[in-house]
Design a protein around this ligand. Structure first.
Ligand code: SF4
Length: 493
């Protein structure tokens, strides 16, 4: 660390500087309110800090910070000007020379869909906003007053919000940072006025820089954007762009540098890699998986997201990937997030018309069931989100979602009901709007999860977790019954 601090310090709140003992999907626990899990247990058992090297710099860091680090160094900033820093070490990195504190945040105000849902049901504030506030109020930050610039996927929460002034954030970067951050940082170092909000335009995939250090949990970006047009999503009109394969392979090698052996390929729909539009390009996807798997550092491969429509289009591709990865063997399953959102064809057409973009669709409800059959047969485990309180939702829509949850009972999966959050936040669903059908949907989904959770956790922790397996298993088992009762009680009218 430098005595007078680095000119540019990049960091995130403490919940984002953990690999959750090797189990990235346990990260959802940071959306629960603080009063449910005491701080000591949370930050030692569930969310242990990522390791740091002898120089005090972290061995891995959130992917967004790694991209900005690399972007700055490629743009002429010097290595000794820029440091990615663990938030627990901020007082060793910030000093009189520090001019910029750059933050990447997923849910700065704790109002994202998962956090809103859990904090409204269980009442209280989640650790993410609490730890962000603590970071910004760290005496070393308030003493040297670097300009605070915040970006990341949760930045929409602060676009028109006085909250950023209260928090002491000078500038928020909306959209893709690559097109604006180097100039912005250069100007700040020159002492020029800092805009409150700056908009980064979508960039060509070739301009996305390779990362220079490992990302948290081995996350590697393979495509950016989506463009399916869902009403509630900031990526609705952001066209998908694929990162070239050589670039991806390089990032995989970089991110596995310190002993990890499983990269997580990240895109809004990994099965659309190399596609033109929304038609799956099987050769491109298989080539991607084959080339990554060929790397000597790689043991398993995981992915972040896929879509129902891609599974329906290419069930044989799901089978081929499973064979290549030998799923069901040492890698028990491949788990990833998928947006199911509703059982209602009416709501899908109204709010997410780009999702079933597949000409042979038999209707959303049927499509989801058929996709889950394909996934189960091939040892894929979907973690599916369901949205509560979509605009103009009527009882019939909720009944269809409840029936869907019933019909998915036998499929090894997680079904996560979340309150609808509108980008403007005005029309977001609130717990005060809960009716009996909403309650039934939430309870049935969690009954489904409690049924599968124990088996999934055993398999998942056996594959990935290097820390906290048994304490977490014990806590999850003990808390499952309690949570079931508490959920029912909290949701009773
Ligand atoms: S499919 Fe997912 S990522 Fe794409 S616009 Fe819809 S919600 Fe957003």
């Amino acid at each position: 660390m430098k005595v007078n601090g680095y000119e540019i310090v990049l960091t995130s709140d403490r919940t984002l500087f953990s690999d959750y003992g090797g189990g990235i999907f346990l990260g959802f626990i940071s959306c629960f309110p603080k009063n449910l899990i005491p701080e000591w247990i949370f930050f030692n058992v569930f969310c242990p800090p990522t390791k740091v090297a002898v120089d005090g710099l972290p061995l891995s860091a959130p992917l967004g910070l790694r991209v900005i680090e690399s972007l700055l160094l490629n743009s002429g900033f010097k290595r000794d000007q820029v440091a990615v820093v663990h938030p627990d070490y901020i007082d060793k990195a910030v000093g009189p020379d520090t001019k910029i504190l750059g933050l990447s945040e997923m849910d700065p105000l704790g109002v994202g869909p998962a956090t809103s849902t859990f904090t409204q049901i269980f009442r209280g504030q989640a650790y993410m906003p609490i730890k962000l506030k603590a970071l910004l109020n760290n005496p070393i930050v308030t003493r040297y007053k670097p300009k605070v610039v915040l970006g990341g996927s949760g930045v929409w929460q602060l676009e028109n919000n006085e909250e950023k002034d209260k928090l002491g954030i000078d500038c928020v970067v909306l959209g893709e940072g690559e097109s604006v951050v180097p100039n912005l940082f250069h100007n700040i170092l020159q002492g020029e006025p800092v805009p409150k909000v700056i908009y980064g335009q979508p960039i060509d995939a070739a301009m996305i820089p390779s990362i220079l250090g490992p990302s948290m949990n081995g996350l590697v970006e393979i495509s950016r954007g989506c463009g399916r047009g869902c009403l509630h999503c900031s990526l609705a009109s952001s066209k998908k762009r694929d990162i070239p394969l050589e670039h991806i392979l390089k990032d995989v090698v970089t991110t596995l540098r310190y002993g990890r052996s499983t990269p997580i390929l990240h895109a809004e729909d990994v099965l659309l890699y190399g596609s033109n539009g929304y038609t799956v390009n099987k050769e491109s996807v298989m080539k991607l998986f084959q080339e990554v798997k060929r790397l000597p550092e790689v043991k398993f491969i995981d992915i972040s997201h896929f879509s129902i429509s891609s599974v329906l289009q290419a069930p044989d591709l799901i089978g081929e990937i499973s064979q290549l990865l030998n799923l069901g063997g040492e890698q028990k399953f491949l788990g990833a997030q998928v947006g199911v959102e509703t059982g209602s064809q009416r709501l899908i057409k109204k709010c997410m018309k780009g999702k079933p973009a597949f000409e042979k669709s038999k209707g959303w409800y049927e499509d989801v069931i058929v996709a889950f059959e394909t996934l189960m047969k091939n040892n894929w485990v979907p973690a599916a989100t369901l949205l509560i309180g979509l605009p103009d939702e009527i009882d019939r829509d909720l009944e269809e979602s409840i029936q869907l949850v019933e019909d998915l009972k036998t499929f090894k999966s997680l079904l996560v009901p979340l309150f609808f959050v509108s980008p403007s936040r005005e029309k977001s669903f609130n717990i005060k709007d809960l009716n009996d059908l909403h309650r039934e949907l939430i309870i049935k989904s969690w009954e489904h999860n409690f049924r599968w959770m124990s088996l999934l956790y055993k398999e998942y922790s056996g594959m990935y977790m290097h820390r906290g397996k048994w304490p977490i298993y014990l806590l999850l088992t003990l808390s499952a019954k309690y949570m079931k009762r508490r959920l029912k009680r909290l949701l009773s009218p």
